[in-house]
Ligand binder design. Structure first.
Ligand code: GH3
Ligand code: MG
Ligand code: MG
Ligand code: MG
Length: 299
């Protein structure tokens, strides 16, 4: 939800400190609180707050340790942390920033300053999140881009290697797209790519599957935990869905509408083999699909 209220986790072993901070912030934010490090880490995992206000001196796990652990976990690494502490030596603040905090406020606190810093850090966090999400989208079609594909491929490769599950990849390419551009113009070509991307995204929806623009008029579908047979079924579904959308292509040598060719490769990944080998196999199969007449899936 775009307009959901930001979530802030307040961590301090002294309940009255928690209370003061909650009172300052509760009108603008949803507040969660913890009075020890273990509970704080628990809430960070389950609630994924947008910001953490963190005391340093606490019995058991201290704030430095809590901060270091939040920063060590990729799932929580990007949550900004502000230390709020009575410790005020240069070394205390330096250490806090070195373990990954974005800011350091000394007690006794000034409510307007806490409010202002919290607001600024949340704004920065929102901008960073937005930029990151945009950096993973293809500007033309709005689906995932190559960077997102590469990252997801590396992650799924590791995951499937661990669980010894098959990983399937479909690489597909629009048939005779050069003549489409030549005949209808480059702008219509762009429109066609958008339409093809929408058809693909609409047909590949299982959780964990990814559809991305690989480059130019080539797209990929990554299908974790999918056997070759299942992947071929998906590929055939995509091939017929694009054909059925009946985008006119007067210059195609295959049909009177836009068609795609697909290469379908499956492997049980191992860590001594690079993910690129799967892409290469799919590319070779795609080439075969082209050579044997286009508008077909080759497994
Ligand atoms: P084949 O059936 O063998 O794939 O033939 P093809 O004509 O599709 O293959 P080729 O690789 O020769 O042409 C791909 C064309 O795709 C050429 C390029 O101008 C066009 N193209 C790549 N990216 C874009 C894009 O973003 N927009 C548009 N309009 N065209 C693009
Ligand atoms: Mg304390
Ligand atoms: Mg191509
Ligand atoms: Mg092509």
């Amino acid at each position: 939800m775009a307009d959901a209220r930001p979530k802030i986790l307040v961590v301090d072993d002294i309940p009255s400190n928690v209370h003061v901070l909650s009172r300052i912030l509760k009108d603008d934010y949803d507040i969660y609180f913890a009075t020890d490090g273990e509970k704080a880490l628990d809430l960070v995992q389950t609630r994924l707050p947008d910001l953490v206000l963190l005391d340093i001196m606490m019995p058991g796990m201290d704030g430095y340790e809590v901060c270091a652990r939040i920063k060590a976990d990729p799932a929580t690494h990007d949550i900004p942390i502000i230390f709020i502490s009575a410790k005020s030596e240069v070394e205390d603040e330096t250490r806090g920033l070195e373990v990954g905090a974005i800011d350091f406020i000394t007690k006794p606190i000034s409510p307007p300053i806490v409010k202002a810093r919290v607001r600024n850090h949340l704004l920065l966090k929102r901008q960073t999140d937005l930029l990151r999400s945009l950096s993973f989208l293809d500007g033309l079609t709005g689906i995932a881009n190559r960077r997102r594909f590469d990252e997801t491929m590396a992650r799924e490769w590791r995951r499937c290697a661990r669980s010894r599950q098959p990983l399937s990849l479909i690489l597909l390419d629009v048939d005779h797209f050069k003549t489409y551009n030549d005949h209808y113009g480059h702008q219509a070509g762009d429109e066609c790519l958008r339409a093809v991307a929408a058809v693909l995204a609409d047909r590949v929806k299982r959780t964990g599957d990814l559809v991305a623009r690989y480059g130019g008029e080539e797209f990929v579908c990554l299908l974790p935990e999918t056997e070759g047979e299942g992947a071929m079924q998906v590929a055939e579904r995509l091939r017929s869905a694009v054909a059925d959308s009946a985008i006119p292509h007067a210059q195609s040598l295959v049909a009177s509408h836009v068609t795609i060719s697909l290469g379908v490769a499956t492997v049980i990944p191992t860590m001594d083999v690079a993910p690129a080998t799967l892409t290469q196999t799919a590319d070779q199969l795609l080439y075969q699909a082209k050579r044997s007449g286009r508008n077909r899936a080759q497994g």
